[in-house]
Design a protein around this ligand. Sequence first.
Ligand code: MG
Length: 367
Amino acid sequence: MKITRILAYRVELPLHEVSYHWSGGKSVAVFDSTIVRVETDTGHAGHGEVCPLGPFYLPAYAEGVRAGLRELGPHLLGEDPRQLAKLNRSMDAALKGHPYVKSGIDVACWDILGQATGLPVCELLGGRYGADFPLYRAISQESPEAMAASVVRYRAEGYRRFQLKVGGDPDVDIDRIRAVAARLERGDRLVADANTGWVQHEAVRVVKAVREVDVAIEQPCLTYQECLAVRRQCPHPFVLDETIDSLDALLRAKSDLAMDAVNLKISKLGGLTRTQQARDLCVSLGLAMTLEDSWGSDIATAAIAHLAHSTPPEFLFTSTDFNSYVTVATADGAPRRVDGRLAASREPGLGVRPKLDVLGRPALEIA
Ligand code: MG
């Protein structure tokens, strides 16, 4: 089997909540997502999706996905999409770095491998655990009272895990954590994600001020060293995200006992092949994971679901259903949340059928 054509579509994704706010005053109202289609000489076609959280979250931006594909795509024509390790070596040989550019191609090729073998991607990634898995809801940064009200509303929809967007004014963040914690029930899980927004001394203040609260702290500061310093004074479970972008970073953090759980995002690591490698290493090392992506719609959510559903439940800290945040459906067959939980499709591949009318004309075509 050979790759014969690569297409990319630009899709705008508005939000049910109108806009999403996190640390440092950053926000996005309409996400710019790229859906990648890989076609083959056997008639199989696979899909992937890459949607950065704006241009100021990770070293990634929406137009960069398309620019990178223009550079990378021609090198992949003629490659066998089922030979994923080899394909990833070819991508790394043709374009150094830029993992988020490669992610959509890699996911599309897993979709093809699943279709060609008749197996859902989660079974190819190691096997399906249980009937479904739990999701978290990201709570956009607002006033403490508004965030507490959001948690109550989303719990009524079935979520039991909540990730507060903090990383703003430290005194207001203390109020945010306390206001939300006061509304939680037994069995709920709370994470305060500062998304690199605190300087070190303020982060130490916050984690000590909420000492009595059952909350995990995620990525308080910009650098690994700052996070490690906070971690050593923090009484709470600790999660690293933005600074863990490679196996090297993961192994260093494990060696330093720098975290209790880690957030792995498919496009941050460069696709399902790389994320599976990191995921399996975490299981061997005894590290729980949030498995997700930076953002996306139905196709990104399908890829996340296959990854999360193939992870031993005791190591799955939580996961995300981005397709319930956005107002546009990009594919049929994508998983849909039920009572705060999600399940990967049982169809071969990702199990999604892109809505061609929503995708429109391709933004680029490589053949
Ligand atoms: Mg995070």
